[in-house]
Write a protein that binds this ligand. Sequence first.
Ligand SMILES: Nc1nc2c(ncn2[C@@H]2O[C@H](COP(=O)(O)OP(=O)(O)OP(=O)(O)O)[C@@H](O)[C@H]2O)c(=O)[nH]1
Ligand SMILES: [Zn+2]
Length: 362
Amino acid sequence: MIDVDFNTLHLMGLTPAMAQHLVLQPEPEGGPFTLARLTEVHRDSVRVHDGRHERSARVLPRVSRELDDDDTAPAVGDWVLLQPDAHGDCWVHARLPPLSHIARRDADGSRHPVVSNVDTALIVMGLDDDFNLRRLERYLALVQGSGVQPVVVLTKADVAAPTAQLLAPRLQEIRDRMSDALDVIAVNGTHPSAAQALAPWLNDGQTVVLMGSSGAGKSTLTNTLAGAFVQDTGAVREHDSRGKHTTTSRSLHCLPGGACVIDTPGLRALRPDVDEATLAWLFDDIGRLALHCRFRDCRHQDEPGCAVREGIGHDRLRNYHKLLREARRDTMSVLERQQQAAAWKVRGKATRAWMKMKRGDE
Ligand SMILES: Nc1nc2c(ncn2[C@@H]2O[C@H](COP(=O)(O)OP(=O)(O)OP(=O)(O)O)[C@@H](O)[C@H]2O)c(=O)[nH]1
Ligand SMILES: [Zn+2]
């Protein structure tokens, strides 16, 4: 049985549910081990915190291999078992199965962990030109199905509300398009009042992850919540509100109030790791309307009598189709993907031959 010092590790975001889950895990042979949480993951090393000290450690090749076999890798927020070797170097001997986990996909379909063991995902979006509902749906898809509650945090309310009167219409746009159950709050991330607005999700022992594009204000919010400067922040380009990717890696910080916050870098291309069932849940308005389509197998593309096309905004439906295509592609087997690539190649060749022929005609 793994020895769990709850009072110390509670400061690192150990929840009662996780503590119970951990004591049920068999302890690997060769102990004793120290239980700690991953606060940063780098290429060759990790940072770990045991509630008293933070230090560097390395993951045993056996552990990396086992995780790799399961198509995953260590993630910030994971609970691990540590042991020093004879030289005083610290090693991760086991990664304990997480209770919640968020992963994304690369363009080639490979899966990458984002974070583990978080209670709430704060999806941070600026009320300036960063505001984008398609991207918001993408983040919701990323979080949905991972056991994590999403909360939308609209930043820069101090600029957008009084000068451009953007707050009310943008809140309405979200209300019109997304589920009524979605929590949405607007804050000035630079002001301490933001911490009060987020207090319901920052109780003692809870962990939140901040996600959103570069320049959205994640690091600013992290610093405000921490009441100290823990993350670098950067100015955004004026013409498009884009950030400069100031944050380059994920990191976990403990707040004075007892919650943990994980800041993440803005992702350039965000591809959620979701299946069709999860998307059906996220876009349940489409599912409800589909009952009224003329054809039972309506794809809501060009069929006549399609109730979905009639009842859903064009942009939301387009985004749904795009996410669905990606999800299907990601869950394709390697063989299927190769077959599809081969088919595209043949089609490309045929197109090029046809163009050449046409040019020859002229
Ligand atoms: N006025 C105002 N400025 C904000 C607010 N939130 C963020 N900013 C500013 O927006 C810029 C970008 O903020 P960051 O916190 O660095 O953005 P980020 O999301 O961490 O960006 P990356 O680290 O690149 O992923 C900074 O100049 C902040 O001062 C806000 O609520 N109000
Ligand atoms: Zn239809």
